[in-house]
Each structure stands twice: as structure tokens, then as C-alpha cells.
Design a protein around this ligand. Sequence first.
Ligand code: PEP
Length: 255
Amino acid sequence: MIRKKLIAGNWKMNKSAGDGATLVKDIVDEIGRETSVEVVVCPPFTALESVAKALEGQAVKLGAQNFHHEKSGAYTGEISAEMLRALYVTHVILGHSERRTYFGETDAFINKKVITALASQLKPILCVGETLAEREAGSTLSVVQTQLEGGLKGVALDQITTVVIAYEPVWAIGTGKVATTAQAQEVHAFIRDLLTKLYGAPLAQKVRILYGGSMKPSNAAELLAEKDIDGGLIGGASLEAKSFVELVKAAAAAN
Ligand code: PEP
């Protein structure tokens, strides 16, 4: 197994500090010592501390959903990498389509965060993906290429395997519409080829590429069986212990 499967839960703007701690306790109780899959939960900022406490001594890792690339200063409403590290955060979702759409994040801005995350011992989960209009216009691969190259600008050879890529077709996020396995695998293989051109095959083979977009227990096994699908970034189905744990088990079975 060259790439360990990874299941990451993106809770978005859901779960209070107390509810988040309860959810991870339920998750940990169910998955026990399952170590063949890397599991990450990404609560909102306000639940990071309680969830970190609930995860003490456990293999499940803690991620954030965003941060600001500057170290400190006059950035009202923002959170730095150092603040996240102090709460035992190891991963950070960057470039999620909701941040691109609602908060105007550009590839150049996302790239600053990727570079800072890597310099701050945070593993970026860099999201890329096309809208429905872009897919229908036949520009899926060029959109993904622009976002990937823009997001990874300046990422060095010795850093690339720390980065996780998440392919998330925007039309499949929270809509119940999942990409077919063939549609997903086509883009994942394209991303792997791009990484090969940028970093060489041995490194590109080690980078995890997650699928995100209405992944749930009923469709996970089929997606996770694809050669270049190394796990999932899960929104809706990460908010309940039962469905999230079933996804972790599907990933373990696909190893
Ligand atoms: C997401 O927002 O990253 C996501 C994949 O959401 P959902 O699983 O709800 O489609």
C-alpha cells in the first residue's frame, strides 16, 4: 500500500464545542484502534479545543477549516497557524469551494496559505474542482489545472507529499449528486499526471488525492476502489458518528 487512505470530516459551520466533543467520542468508541486509515475531523474554530481534549491519546487527528497566512496583526476575525498549532491542529482545509465562492478566495491567496501552512507544520488539504457550468462547457480539466498549479506555486519537492489534494466537483457538494466513479477517476488521474509533471512520478505516487462531493456509505466503496481515489473529504455524512464511521470502515476495506 503506497498511499494510506484518508477520511476527513468537514463539519463546516456545525456543532458547538460540547456537541463536537460528543461526536468525536462516539466516533472514537466505534472505530477503536483502526489504524489502517488516517482519520481527520475538522470542526469550526470554536470547537477545536474541546474536540482536541476529547481526542487526547487517540489516533484521530484534528484539522481546521481555514486560517490566515500572516503570523499576527490587524486581521479582524482571523486565526493564525500558530494559534491552530497551540490547539494540536495538524491539518487545514484550504481553497474549499465555499471559501472561493462566498469569501472571494483566489488561487494566489490560497497559495499564500498553502506555503504558510507547510512552513508551520500544518498539512494542507487543498481543494480544487469545477462548477456545473464549467463541466458543461468542457473546461473541467483546465479549471482543475489552473487551481492546482496556482495553489501549489512554490511548494518544494520535499514538501509535496505533505500536501493532500481534494477533488471536489462543486456541483456535487451538499447536493446529493455524486460524480460517477468514472468522472471522479478521470479527474484524479489527471491530477496525478499533473503532479508527475511537476514533481516526478515517485513523489506524485505518494500524494493522497481525496474525492469530495456527497460521499456517503452507499457510494463510498465504489469510489474508494478506484486507483487514484485515496480517501474522502466528507461534509454532510461527517456530522453523524454512524455514517462517518461507516466511511472509515469502507476506506479500511478498500486498502
Ligand atoms: C465538502 O463540503 O467538502 C463536501 C464534500 O460536502 P458534502 O459531503 O456534504 O457534499
